[in-house]
Design a protein around this ligand. Structure first.
Ligand SMILES: Cc1cc2nc3c(=O)[nH]c(=O)nc-3n(C[C@H](O)[C@H](O)[C@H](O)COP(=O)(O)OP(=O)(O)OC[C@H]3O[C@@H](n4cnc5c(N)ncnc54)[C@H](O)[C@@H]3O)c2cc1C
Length: 377
């Protein structure tokens, strides 16, 4: 029986483990860097139908209906006037039980964990070396060394596997943007609200049936090398407060009052696509490619990638990277276009952008090409 090491117990790694557990005879172990997985984290995640369709193969549709929300539209607003620009009907891409879904990330992790035997997750694991002999030999900092047939690197945007394989080239780059995350209780709009401001945007959406909303803002910000590497900066309450105040002052949403438990972190994205030389090492999820967060596809693509990899491993085929590269290019270009359009600052550009948005948000062939192609895998 072939054995698989999964590095990283995030969305991609845990989804793959669920597929292996339910549908294969492979043996596997998950190596997670942290000492536990956070099952209380209240931050939200959006899942489009392409990933919900795959999650439903594991019975995701049976998740407690109070813990999920099914937004029908994404509504675009100008953040300074709060006037609606346009809306896109997301439910047009739903089919049967496969619906655009929002929920707390921790609920998704809990769902994954419920199907994985505890002994298959090894916490506090820190990979330091990979040797390819007859099998792959993985060495960890605690001196543990184990052999596997395959290594699946699902260790996220700061992938250690990529650093080991590709040195500096494998490291992600700062995207000149900072993310603010928080919670809102009882926001006035249901569905997904996307507020466009000069050099920033804000997304607010419900994450369950209890009037809890996720707040996320992406703010353009140049930082020096020393600021980027200074982790204390992002935990600094004054730095975070100044950022929320900066965007709150440009809107009538009273964000400083309504957003609670705000956290701040720098956004890193992949420099380019890397393919390991070894046929037995696979990169998946953010470790394969980390997108700008303006298309809400990171988690969904991590799930899709894990499914494609599972299909390749079980069918002994080799189409994983070909399919992934093509999909990654499509998502990356859409994420970059969105990021550019959402952050326009010159009034004339904003005026024309809003006209274009009004038109394309109701243009069926555009929507089918821009969203449908991604959502209907
Ligand atoms: C601000 C922001 C908002 C986002 N919002 C959305 C959204 O609404 N919808 C969406 O689809 N996506 C969203 N994403 C993207 C999404 O969160 C990620 O794409 C997704 O979590 C990637 O899954 P993953 O399994 O590849 O990595 P992760 O979920 O990051 O998991 C990686 C795991 O590997 C572990 N790990 C790290 N290093 C090691 C190591 N050396 N050894 C062992 N384990 C290790 C980590 O502890 C972690 O558990 C957002 C991202 C950002 C930055």
């Amino acid at each position: 029986m072939k054995n698989i090491a999964i590095l990283g117990g995030g969305i991609s790694g845990l989804f793959l483990a669920n597929l292996l557990e339910k549908y294969s005879s492979f043996s596997y172990k998950i190596f997670e860097k942290k000492n536990s997985l956070d099952l209380t984290d209240g931050y939200g995640i959006q899942l489009s139908v392409n990933s919900v369709n795959l999650l439903n193969k594991l019975g995701f549709e049976k998740i407690n209906s109070n813990d999920v929300y099914f937004p029908k539209n994404v509504n675009f607003f100008d953040i300074s006037t709060l006037k609606k620009i346009c809306d896109i009907n997301l439910s047009q891409f739903n089919f049967d039980n496969n619906r655009y879904t929002t929920l707390k990330r921790s609920k998704l992790i809990k769902f994954f964990l419920s199907n994985i035997p505890k002994e298959k997750i090894i916490f506090d694991s820190d990979l330091i070396d990979i040797k390819e002999r007859e099998k792959l030999t993985l060495s960890f900092r605690d001196k543990n060394t184990e052999e596997f047939d395959y290594l699946v690197a699902a260790d996220g945007v700061y992938s250690k596997t990529k650093e080991i394989l590709f040195k500096k080239e494998g490291l992600p780059k700062y995207f000149n943007s900072i993310a603010l995350r928080g919670h809102i209780h009882n926001f006035k709009n249901a569905d997904i609200s996307l507020y466009l401001g000069p050099n920033f945007h804000v997304v607010i959406y419900p994450i369950n049936q209890n009037n809890e909303f996720n707040f996320i803002s992406i703010i353009r910000k140049q930082l020096s090398e020393s600021e980027i590497s200074n982790r204390n900066l992002f935990n600094d309450k004054i730095f975070t407060h100044n950022l929320i105040k900066q965007i709150s002052d440009k809107s009538n949403l009273n964000l400083t009052e309504i957003v609670k438990e705000i956290k701040c972190f720098p956004i890193f994205v992949s420099k380019k696509i890397h393919i390991p030389q070894s046929k037995n090492i696979f990169l998946t999820g953010d470790a394969f490619f980390s997108f700008p967060p303006s298309f809400a596809q990171g988690a969904s693509q991590s799930i899709e990638a894990a499914y494609e990899l599972f299909t390749d491993l079980t069918n002994n085929s080799t189409s994983y990277y070909k399919t992934r590269i093509s999909k990654t290019k499509q998502i990356n270009s859409r994420s970059s276009i969105n990021h550019f359009a959402f952050h326009l600052s010159h009034p004339l550009n904003i005026f024309f952008r809003n006209i274009v948005l009004k038109y394309i948000s109701k243009n069926e062939s555009f929507l089918e090409n821009y969203l449908g192609k991604i959502y209907n895998n």
